[in-house]
Design a protein around this ligand. Structure first.
Ligand code: GLU
Length: 332
């Protein structure tokens, strides 16, 4: 008996080992299915106060609830959004990092700058486009122009004298500013900031008289009379600003582009994670309070498929490559 004991123990241990191994093999798919099992980092590539941050914060909590793990917001501003976008592009594609993508980070920045450290079409996987957003041209109330005709007259009377603030060089606001100059034959000096938050501060303070911006970040100041909106870039007039004409109505069709804000993950993020992130985002965008909060800010919820969002990103990038060539815009 005594001699057989070690053999019995060895056999039992062997069996346990086998069970353990089977457990490990069986455990791999189970682990993948358990995504997400820790919080997901959410990179917002602009500082607080701008539309990227506003839209991101409206949806982040609710996406986290549907996902079963919180989205932890990190504001990584700088480079017109390209620093935060590059951080997402280079991150470990494990499903635990996503970022806000904007028309600037995916379209206008890469189209205007050769030194951007990522490829908008290859380095990301689209999740969903969250919202479409009008753009706006606004002035400090001290500017003696009550409407576009008076503003154009003022610019023509003093070419190159007024300056305009934007969320950064190469961003959508800068592009719209340059297209505005080209189509009206006027001259304004560009003053880039790290994001709309700091740009708006200086316009409110009167340091810079003119602002090109995405509407959500500016709307509350326009409604409070602290800035005067002269035109909005959107297909039709907005309920929130009924007396402000669209650029298209004023004959400036080329300046009538909207902006958008969506979610992307690094390329090679597992399909299961993309699918779960997409499902959570679409559910969040269907909630009445989320829809209401976005609409109050002047944003329209979207929530399309990853494939649709991918096509939209490509179309936007191609379009800005074309515009930059046509307008001969060189930024570096
Ligand atoms: N204009 C920027 C963009 O469309 C957003 C600015 C900001 O969020 O501060 O990407």
């Amino acid at each position: 008996m005594n001699q057989r004991l070690p053999r019995l123990i060895a056999t039992a241990l062997g069996a346990l080992g086998l069970i353990g191994m089977l457990g490990v093999i069986a455990g791999s798919p189970a682990q993948a299915q358990s995504y997400p099992n820790k919080p997901v980092r959410f990179i917002i590539p602009f500082p607080p106060g701008g539309t990227t941050d506003i839209v991101g914060r409206v949806v982040a909590d609710r996406i986290g609830q549907f996902l079963g793990q919180p989205l932890v917001i990190e504001n990584r501003g700088g480079g017109g959004g390209s620093i935060g976008a590059e951080a997402v592009a280079r991150a470990n594609p494990d499903g635990y990092i996503i970022g806000m993508a904007t028309v600037s980070t995916m379209g206008t920045n890469p189209a205007t700058s050769r030194s951007i450290g990522y490829d908008p079409l290859r380095d990301f996987l689209p999740i969903t486009n969250l919202a479409a957003v009008p753009n706006v041209l606004a002035v400090h109330p001290g500017v003696p122009a009550k409407n576009m005709a008076e503003f154009l007259a003022l610019l023509r009377a003093q070419p190159g004298k007024l300056s305009y603030a934007t969320s950064g060089t190469g961003g959508i606001a800068h592009m719209i500013g340059e297209l505005f100059k080209a189509t009206t034959g006027t001259d304004l000096v560009h003053v880039p900031y790290r994001g709309s938050g700091p740009a708006i501060n200086d316009v409110l303070g009167g340091q810079v008289p003119v602002l090109f911006d995405n509407l959500p970040s500016s709307l509350q100041y326009i409604q409070a009379g602290r800035m005067r909106a002269l035109a909005v870039a959107t297909p039709k007039r907005l309920e929130s600003l009924p007396s402000v004409p669209t650029f298209a109505e004023l004959g400036l069709k080329d300046v009538n582009d909207e902006a958008w804000y969506g979610l992307v993950a690094p390329a090679r993020t597992p399909a299961d994670a993309i699918q779960k992130l997409h499902a959570a985002a679409v559910k969040a965008l269907a909630l009445p309070d989320v829809i209401e909060r976005l609409q109050q800010q002047g944003a329209q919820p979207i929530g399309n498929t990853p494939e649709e969002f991918g096509r939209q990103i490509k179309a936007e990038y191609d379009k800005w490559v074309r515009v930059v060539k046509q307008q001969n815009i060189h930024l570096d």
